[in-house]
Design a protein around this ligand. Structure first.
Ligand SMILES: CCCCCCC/C=C/C(=O)SCCNC(=O)CCNC(=O)[C@H](O)C(C)(C)COP(=O)(O)OP(=O)(O)OC[C@H]1O[C@@H](n2cnc3c(N)ncnc32)[C@H](O)[C@@H]1OP(=O)(O)O
Ligand SMILES: NC(=O)C1=CN([C@@H]2O[C@H](COP(=O)(O)OP(=O)(O)OC[C@H]3O[C@@H](n4cnc5c(N)ncnc54)[C@H](OP(=O)(O)O)[C@@H]3O)[C@@H](O)[C@H]2O)C=CC1
Length: 270
């Protein structure tokens, strides 16, 4: 059987210029490395320079091009400037809104600043970057936002994140309709649990075991599996795919909602 990494031919993304937020770690780094390997020039941001430099080194070692531009995506002006700086040097054919995250808390324990931080990062920043990208696309483009599976259906302990990601799902459809005539495609990828270092740091082995058992395909998602799908959606092969929420979750969406409330961690879902 052909390996997943052999499905795309070398140079499949030659000529592409893609900006990836949160490109220094986890899923974002896997995406940046994969796109660069396929020939794209990739720009990436994050608040910290060091992880971005590590991505740059890994990409360079494989013969690719990665441009690190540190910034906080919640600062709309800084994010706009970073994107414009990348596009002015390399053009822009794709944007991957990957920076995101949340803490786990019962809805009644989420205070105003915690709510605001999660909405700003996972929804408002995505809107500002999409808006900034629109005039920078020449002759079409592709926007992908990394969400999480089950957001439309709900999850326990993630009310702020579920609300933000549901907003992104709506935004995806609205922008897909408004920008389709200019051949700008807008889609959302919804992964299941991905065992990135960030997720490992915020979970116990027991919780990961439970999430694995609750995934119909009995394993967690690999960052490379998200990256491969991103490569496909950025390519001309996905030219008629827009306005979609596409799940890479081993069937998790079909199982019971997860319970990520601190009091519920480690317990079986009801
Ligand atoms: C089948 C599907 C299963 C899906 C399972 C779920 C899978 C998802 C996994 C991931 O997404 S993991 C990868 C992402 N990484 C993270 O989520 C970790 C990083 N998270 C954060 O950094 C924070 O949570 C943040 C809020 C997103 C970052 O914001 P910021 O840097 O601005 O944070 P702070 O200044 O520290 O806090 C702002 C505000 O938020 C309150 N807060 C933070 N943590 C908690 C908490 N644990 N409980 C309650 N409140 C919290 C914090 O207190 C601040 O408010 P004030 O104290 O100032 O009132
Ligand atoms: N791991 C999982 O199980 C799942 C993850 N997801 C989502 O996938 C995405 C990536 O997750 P993952 O790789 O696991 O997590 P990481 O925490 O490794 O990735 C988040 C990245 O975003 C960057 N980032 C965070 N806040 C900001 C900000 N304000 N401005 C700019 N960059 C920022 C971080 O870098 P820095 O700290 O330097 O700013 C980091 O590189 C997130 O949106 C996450 O919610 C969805 C489903 C499941």
């Amino acid at each position: 059987m052909t390996r997943a990494a052999d499905i795309f031919r070398e140079g499949a993304l030659d000529g592409a210029a893609v900006f990836v937020t949160g490109a220094g770690t986890g899923i974002g780094r896997a995406i940046a490395e994969r796109l660069a390997r396929l020939g794209a020039v990739v720009g990436g941001c994050g608040r910290r320079a060091e992880p971005l430099d590590q991505t740059a080194s890994a990409v360079a070692a494989a013969g690719g091009r990665f441009v690190p531009i540190p910034c906080d995506v919640r600062d709309a002006d800084a994010a706009r400037t970073a994107l414009a700086e990348f596009a002015s040097r390399h053009g822009l054919t794709g944007l991957v809104n990957n920076a995101g995250g949340q803490f786990y808390a019962a809805a009644e324990d989420i205070r105003p600043r915690g709510w605001q931080a999660v909405i700003d990062l996972n929804l408002t920043a995505v809107f500002h970057l999409c808006q900034a990208a629109r005039p920078l696309f020449r002759g079409g483009g592709s926007i992908l936002s990394i969400s999480l599976t089950g957001a439309e259906r709900g999850a326990l302990g993630m009310a702020h994140s579920v609300a933000a990601r549901s907003g992104v799902a709506g935004l995806t459809k609205a922008l897909a309709l408004e920008w389709a005539a200019d051949d700008i495609r807008v889609n959302c990828i919804a992964p299941g649990t991905v065992a990135t270092p960030a997720f490992q740091a915020n979970s116990t082995p027991e919780l990961r075991d439970r999430l694995r058992r609750e995934t119909p395909i009995r394993r967690l998602v690999e960052p490379a599996e998200v990256a491969e799908f991103v490569a496909f959606l950025l390519s001309p092969a996905a030219g008629m795919i827009t306005g979609q929420i596409l799940r890479v979750d081993g069937g998790s969406f079909l199982a019971a909602p997860v319970d990520m409330r601190p009091a519920g961690l480690g317990k079986e879902a009801a």
